[in-house]
Write a protein that binds this ligand. Structure first.
Ligand SMILES: Cc1ncc(COP(=O)(O)O)c(C=O)c1O
Length: 182
């Protein structure tokens, strides 16, 4: 244990508490992919072992096996066989080249509505209305997409997405590793 490590952990935990009103816990790691691996274990532990995640088209979370499963580029998985825990990839809110051909002044965040639509019926593959449970444990996001092209989502996007996730009891994991790197 180093003094600096303890002081930094305390400063971060107090900051988390001042923002979200809950006592946070700090865990240091040696790299981004390893941190993502740890988060996957935390999510599985918190969600009765559910191993499926949502992540973004263009999203990058690292090169370890778990992180590759939620990274969109097939190139990074191609040589390594089947990934049973491969994420379901959702279009990133890139307003300049909107994946739905909308313009931001008129769309009312249509992309979030399209994500929410997945929970309208059991037939869309992610939700059991009878049980009220999702097959997916968490949505992994990059608050600003990094490796996939340095894209900033529109204002209000994450607030609307979070409301949908809360309704379905799905966690939101914010991977800001790239933010520190880029
Ligand atoms: C968003 C994001 N997550 C995870 C990683 C993986 O980090 P590392 O290369 O330290 O394993 C990166 C690396 O660029 C990243 O941008």
């Amino acid at each position: 244990m180093h003094r600096e490590k303890i002081l930094l952990a305390k400063a971060l935990a107090l900051k988390v508490e001042s923002i979200w009103g809950v006592k946070g816990r700090i865990h240091f790691n040696v790299g981004g992919s390893q941190a993502v691996e740890d988060s996957l274990k935390l999510v599985r532990n918190a969600c009765q072992g559910k191993s499926l995640m949502f992540a973004y088209e263009g999203g990058y979370h690292g090169r370890t096996l778990g992180a590759s499963a939620i990274t969109s580029s097939y190139r990074y998985r191609r040589r390594y066989g089947h990934f049973g825990d491969r994420a379901q990839f959702v279009p990133f809110p890139y307003c300049f080249r909107c994946p739905y051909g909308k313009s931001r002044d008129q769309c009312d965040l249509y992309c979030v509505d399209q994500f929410a639509r997945l929970f309208d019926s059991k037939y869309y593959g992610v939700w059991d209305p009878k049980d009220g449970s999702a097959e997916y444990a968490a949505f992994y996001v990059e608050a600003v997409q990094g490796t996939g092209g340095y894209v900033v989502p529109p204002l209000g996007y994450f607030a609307k997405l979070k409301r949908v996730l809360d309704e379905r009891n799905i966690l939101l994991v914010d991977d800001e590793i790239g933010g520190a790197l880029h």
